[in-house]
Design a protein around this ligand. Structure first.
Ligand code: SAH
Length: 260
């Protein structure tokens, strides 16, 4: 029996940013379990007969609970299938890939991780923002903006003192809190800040300002999730370093890894 689960990072959205190994896994999958951040071009690479399972949103628009997703991966593997769990960005950068791997490991189900390009780095690059730069930022910090009631709040005093680039994921509904908390804890209100929506996709759009102005700008510009919020001097480079990405065809002649 060659049942196994591959946790594959799809990259931030441009289908060309999947890894060679990730694409090879998709092309041999018996079952492909995906969510809403994954683009249609990659799903189209699944072989005829592969079962496509959408765990992004249910018909009632509620997200599929994590336990149910874990259960689907387990059941599909127990059917003896090659299961690809395709996740946006990198599987272990938020998005609960670690929990899925734990559920499999605890049952002794073989699995493998195929890392992907996280939106926190690659998505910013597509918006002309280098996450580090020798003259502007010597570290970067990727932070969840999904601030859950009842959970410990973020340590704003520490975050406000960091002089590296701050990247918030899942932060759009909390953008006021994020910008105001950093200012309140001592960060310069004029610190450059931007939001990048659907980075590396055709619909990519961005708002640029500073900590004070960004929350207003995103409303004026109509930016919505999924978006990255990036704070730091590197944001100033966006106009100089923006580029038009080359569209590539996924290459059907790439050698296939023999999945086992
Ligand atoms: N594993 C993913 C992150 C999952 S959390 C990764 O490595 O990129 C989901 C959040 O990621 C979204 O709310 C958004 O903040 C961010 N995100 C993912 N893809 C994005 C994209 N193409 N453009 C902007 N933000 C993105």
């Amino acid at each position: 029996m060659n049942a196994k689960v591959w946790l594959v990072g799809a990259g931030p959205g441009d289908p060309g940013l999947i890894t060679v190994k990730g694409l090879s896994c998709i092309r041999q999958a018996d079952a492909l379990v995906y969510d809403r951040l994954v683009c249609a071009e990659l799903l189209a690479e699944a072989p005829v007969g592969c079962e496509l399972i959408n765990v992004g949103k249910r018909a009632d628009h509620h997200p599929v609970p994590q336990e149910e997703i874990n259960g689907i991966l387990i059941r599909q593997a127990q059917l003896g299938r090659k299961v690809v769990r395709l996740k946006g960005g990198d599987p272990y950068v938020f998005g609960r890939g670690g929990e899925e791997a734990e559920a499999l490991a605890l049952l002794g189900i073989p699995f493998e991780v195929v890392p992907g390009i996280t939106s926190a780095i690659g998505g910013l690059a597509y918006a002309g923002i280098p996450v580090t730069h020798r003259s502007h930022a010597s570290s970067f910090h990727v932070i969840t903006g999904h601030l859950q009631a009842g959970k410990a709040p973020l340590d704003w005093a520490t975050l406000a003192r960091l002089d590296g680039t701050l990247v918030f994921l899942m932060g759009m509904s909390q953008i006021d809190t994020i910008c105001h908390s950093l200012i309140r804890h001592g960060m310069d209100p004029q610190t450059p800040a931007a939001a990048v929506m659907q980075a590396s996709q055709h619909a990519q759009r961005m708002s640029v300002g500073c900590l004070t102005s960004l929350p207003r700008r995103v409303v004026e510009d109509g930016l919505r999730a999924p978006a990255l919020i990036v704070i730091g001097e590197v944001v100033q480079l966006h106009d100089l370093l923006k580029f038009v990405p080359t569209a590539i065809q996924l290459d059907a002649t790439l050698p296939q890894a023999e999945l086992a």
